[in-house]
Ligand binder design. Structure first.
Ligand code: SF4
Length: 107
C-alpha cells in the first residue's frame, strides 16, 4: 500500500476502496510514519493546522446502574477508576467556565 498515492486519491475526491480502507486499518507499526504522513496531507488540505478543543467532564463515574460487562462505568465493574455520583451543579458549571477560558468550543 502506497499511502502517498492513497492520500492523493482522496484529495482528488475519489473514494478509496474497501480493500484500501482495510489496508489502512491493518497497517503495521513499522509503516505508521508513512500512514500518518498521508493522513496529515488530507487533514491539512481540509482543516489546515486548526484544531478545536473539546473538553470532557465526567459528571459521574463508575456508578452506572447498568451491567454492561465490558464497561468500566458499570457499578459492577472492578476496574480501578474513580467512582463518584453526579457532581454538584456548581462544579459542573465551574468546569464549563474553565473550559471556555481555555479556548474550548465544546464542553
Ligand atoms: S455502556 Fe457503561 S455507561 Fe453505558 S449503560 Fe452500559 S455500563 Fe452504563
Amino acid at each position: 500500500m502506497d499511502y502517498e498515492s492513497l492520500a492523493a486519491k482522496s484529495l482528488r475526491g475519489e473514494l478509496i476502496s474497501r480493500e484500501e480502507m482495510r489496508a489502512v486499518l491493518n497497517a503495521s507499526d513499522e509503516r505508521l510514519a508513512e500512514l500518518l504522513d498521508g493522513a496529515f496531507k488530507v487533514r491539512r488540505h481540509y482543516f489546515g493546522k486548526r484544531v478545536q478543543i473539546h473538553v470532557l467532564m465526567n459528571a459521574k463515574s463508575g456508578l452506572c446502574p447498568e451491567d454492561c460487562h465490558y464497561c468500566s462505568q458499570s457499578s459492577i465493574s472492578k476496574a480501578p477508576i474513580d467512582k463518584y455520583p453526579l457532581l454538584p451543579r456548581k462544579r459542573l458549571l465551574e468546569g464549563a467556565f474553565e473550559a471556555k477560558a481555555a479556548g474550548a468550543v465544546r464542553y
